[in-house]
Design a protein around this ligand. Structure first.
Ligand SMILES: C[S@@+](CC[C@H](N)C(=O)[O-])C[C@H]1O[C@@H](n2cnc3c(N)ncnc32)[C@H](O)[C@@H]1O
Length: 195
């Protein structure tokens, strides 16, 4: 089985336009074969966006952006929000560029990065729908290292399923973060993490 985080150039492209409404905000993002949520907005991502609290946060990093629904939503929510999106997969990065252009957003950019290797800034909010299929080490590295890219009073928001290790993640990282479970929905946990 091919994983969505492996850039498979032989896969036939089938770009689809998805327009969704979350909390009265309409936005469009493109999906394609070989990428996570190729059939449209992932349920866990939807629950995350529905429950995301912008608070005083203004700068955001969407880690493992895939087709970009999280970053696009945040950028569209307010032009005062500044958003970076990163993904290891160049195809995801290219498709996000198309979605940014389509939504006519100038407060968001996307670039390729394996973990945080190309990230140079700090952010008020880091949002992660982790690549479970990449394995526990990758997931844990992404979540643990987020701390190094957070502004003071910054928050890390995570969506993870209970059966994909939500509870053990909270237990394993309790010395790093204070966790608050914001929402439980159909096995998905929306977790806010602060330092
Ligand atoms: C579960 S998907 C989430 C996609 C999108 N954020 C969403 O909610 O629809 C995880 C994403 O992480 C990316 N990814 C996997 N390993 C990564 C790594 N080491 N660094 C950055 N991104 C990675 C995958 O390519 C994939 O797009």
């Amino acid at each position: 089985m091919e994983h969505y985080f492996i850039d498979n150039k032989n896969l036939k492209s089938n770009i689809k336009k998805n327009t969704v409404i979350i909390n009265n905000l309409e936005f469009t993002f493109f999906t394609d074969n070989g990428l996570f949520s190729k059939r449209g907005l992932d349920y866990g991502t939807k629950v995350l966006l529905e429950n995301f609290d912008f608070g005083e946060k203004r700068s955001f990093l969407d880690v493992g952006c895939g087709c970009g629904p999280i970053g696009i939503f945040i950028a569209k929510y307010s032009t005062n929000n500044i958003v970076d999106m990163i993904d290891i997969n160049q195809k995801a990065v290219d498709l996000c560029k198309k979605s940014i252009e389509y939504n006519k957003l100038s407060n968001i950019s996307v670039f390729k990065s394996n973990g945080y290797e190309n990230v140079k800034k700090k952010y008020d909010g880091i949002v992660i729908n982790p690549p479970i299929h990449a394995g526990k080490k990758v997931v844990y590295d992404i979540i643990k290292n987020a701390i190094n890219y957070l502004n003071e009073n910054g928050e890390v928001w995570i969506v993870i399923r209970k059966d994909q290790g939500a509870k053990s993640l909270i237990e394993d990282m309790k010395d790093i973060y204070n966790f608050q479970i914001i929402k439980r929905d159909n096995g998905f946990y929306i977790i806010k993490s602060t330092i």
